[in-house]
Write a protein that binds this ligand. Structure first.
Ligand SMILES: Nc1ncnc2c1ncn2[C@@H]1O[C@H](COP(=O)(O)OP(=O)(O)O)[C@@H](O)[C@H]1O
Ligand SMILES: [Mg+2]
Length: 373
């Protein structure tokens, strides 16, 4: 187990900077997920930690030792990729034990380790098979076994589950988390899948075009996204966001169609009038019959069994509302709803940055104290 420090790390390919001075501390034993859309620099950052890419400037330390100049094999990292190339002519056991064979570890010791790793990964029954005789999930486990057998100080995963079908992906996700619970190895895991990030991570690092937008626990990032970008990326469905004009006198946000949302004036007592982005979760919307309510136009209804997702139009923008399955909702028939002012989140219309206030924090801590006493 080692900690990882990434300090002011930049990466330039042919004068084109793709990682713009990233700072990140990963504690020993922590499971950190790098999350972001394709091309935002996740793999590049991971490969710089592994030593597979040179760092243009900055510093990376593993276990408090600067590794900028160390070869990949000297860094104590094991990497698992999306395209895990197993040796097709070797058995599972030979694939897993290959690194030890190269390192001239004696056969008896090698076999012991292969068995132990295979048992951890639940593939001990397949040790004599060739990769072609395995399912996708089993092959992925062999690839993980190959990484594990070197007893790395750090696991680096680059989208290891992307090639698996949906069901297997969920199962393997759980396996990876269990493995981490058992071994406690420091882990950096790259994915573009926010569900994977939410379910696996101790902390999530949300990346955007070569910078870090936010670092936090899954719950912190879900409940208090630092920007409209993060809010649009996290949650299924992601946060509804809608532009409007804020009026502090009435604590309202007037939308394009003249309807208004109420926000919590106690939380934001000092805002100026002007353009704003209001965000709210699909489940923060309640259906009602009141004439003072908001009106939405449901366009499609997705039945999920336990609930429904209503795809609606509001002031010319698309939003998603969660409703119970027994509500009488039909596409094309306007729907009356209310949104608790406390459930409205606000973002700067120009920068997308979340509006925070001192007052919000005071309120939150007071509520917590009340609950505790
Ligand atoms: N070897 C390379 N040469 C030039 N540009 C690269 C190279 N590798 C990656 N890039 C560019 O760097 C950016 C980040 O890529 P990458 O780290 O692979 O993103 P991600 O893993 O988040 O999808 C992309 O714009 C990509 O085109
Ligand atoms: Mg990548």
């Amino acid at each position: 187990m080692s900690n990882i420090s990434i300090r002011k790390v930049r990466k330039t390919y042919d004068k084109n900077e793709v990682v713009h001075g990233v700072d990140l501390e990963v504690a020993a034993g922590e499971f950190v997920v790098l999350l972001g859309p394709s091309g935002c620099g996740k793999s590049t950052l991971l490969r710089m930690v592994a030593g597979l890419e040179a760092i243009t400037s900055g510093e990376i330390a593993i276990g408090n030792k600067i590794v900028n100049k160390l070869e990949p094999r000297e860094r104590g990292c094991a990497m698992v990729f999306q395209n895990y190339a197993l040796y097709p002519h070797m058995s599972v056991a030979e694939n897993i034990g290959y690194a030890l064979k190269i390192a001239r570890v004696p056969k008896v010791e090698r076999n012991e380790k292969i068995r132990s790793v295979a048992e951890t990964l639940n593939i001990a029954d397949f040790l004599d098979r060739k990769p072609a005789q395995l399912s996708g999930g089993q092959r992925q486990r062999v690839a993980m076994g190959r990484a594990m057998i070197r007893e790395p100080k750090i696991f680096l995963y680059d989208e290891p589950l992307s090639n698996l079908d949906a069901k297997l992906r969920v199962a393997m996700r759980l396996e990876i988390r269990k493995l981490h619970q058992r071994l406690g190895t420091t882990t950096l895991f790259v994915t573009h899948d926010q569900v994977e990030a939410m379910t696996l991570a101790d902390r999530i690092v949300v990346m955007n075009k070569g910078i870090i937008e936010q670092v936090g626990t899954p719950l912190e990032i879900y409940s208090r996204p630092a920007s409209a970008y993060v809010a649009g990326f996290i949650g299924s469905p992601s946060l509804n966001m809608i532009k409007g004009v804020l009026n502090p006198e009435t604590a309202t946000i007037t939308l394009n169609d003249g309807q208004a949302l109420q926000y919590d004036l106690k939380r934001w007592p000092n805002l100026h009038a002007g353009e704003i982005i209001a965000g709210f979760r699909a489940e923060a919307v309640s259906l009602c019959n009141s004439s003072k309510s908001l009106t939405l136009n449901p366009q499609f209804i997705e039945e999920l069994g336990v609930s429904r997702q209503l795809h609606c139009e509001l002031a010319g923008e698309q939003i998603i509302v969660t409703s119970q399955s027994d509500h009488d909702v039909k596409a094309g028939i306007p729907l009356h709803v209310t949104i608790e002012p406390g459930q409205i989140q606000l973002f700067n219309a120009q920068t997308g940055v979340r509006l925070e206030t001192e007052v919000y924090d005071v309120d939150a801590s007071v509520t917590q104290i009340r609950k505790a006493s």
